[in-house]
Design a binder for this molecule. Sequence first.
Ligand SMILES: [Zn+2]
Length: 297
Amino acid sequence: MRKIQYLSLLAALILGQTAACASELRIVASLPALGQIAQGIAGKFAEVKVLAHVGQDPHFVPPKPTLARHLARADLLIAAGLGLEVGWLPPLIEASRNDVIRPGRKGYLDGRYVLTKVLGKPQGKITRELGDIHPEGNPHWWMDPLNGVRLAQVIAERLSQLDPTHADAYRQHAASFAKQINARMPDWQASLQAMSPLVSYHDSYLYLIQRFALHVTDFIEPKPGIEPSTSHLDALVNTIQQGKVNGVWLEPYHDGSIARKLCELAHTPCRLMPDAVKGEGFVGYISMFDLLATGGQ
Ligand SMILES: [Zn+2]
């Protein structure tokens, strides 16, 4: 008798599990910060995989077959878009043979669905002389926490379409995230303000800079994606020494030796300012701004 009870309990557990798996959505995010927001919105109702890892250059991710396999099973792909992943994501989508997640389909979303205004759109004709420029505008938009809030709302709405049963939970998660971000904004504003004006390596912080009204006096890259020459670095040292620059910001994936040399010569702090940190869900995304506000690492 006891054995029969045990077996029926086991069967119920297995059936229950199968039912849960069948209803579980599969989300893939191109970048860690986007994946953290997606995880926070989806909670236990979806599995989230991230293609790039923390500290990896989002412009260049090796398109390995394992990444295409994640995409093959995805119901929703979340990308930064605006050309950021142009070198590696389209071939992965192609290799995945998953039509659901192609741009324009219900299973795809990127910055275009989130942003009310794209910053840093190049003016005039785009030529090779402009460097490795982002022709659709600056794609590093998740570096503005309020864009993170908008992304959360867009994900909540999209998940509500894909899985209407849990729509209330998705919307509640988005509302709670907005509250958490808004509560932190004044502290972030005060701390980041104290680090301005600054010199930045690449134009990755444009959305952060504008949101918190910081001032960037110059870039280490003379043009996006172009390594600085010695004369450009000499000129930078001069400007930094003359003005009151409060440090040089660089992404962990850029050449730290050039920046460190510059900081040493100009007697200014070098700050490693990441575009993602490790951490689960909303906590991970919020921790990134906490870290940036204390000067990064
Ligand atoms: Zn870029």
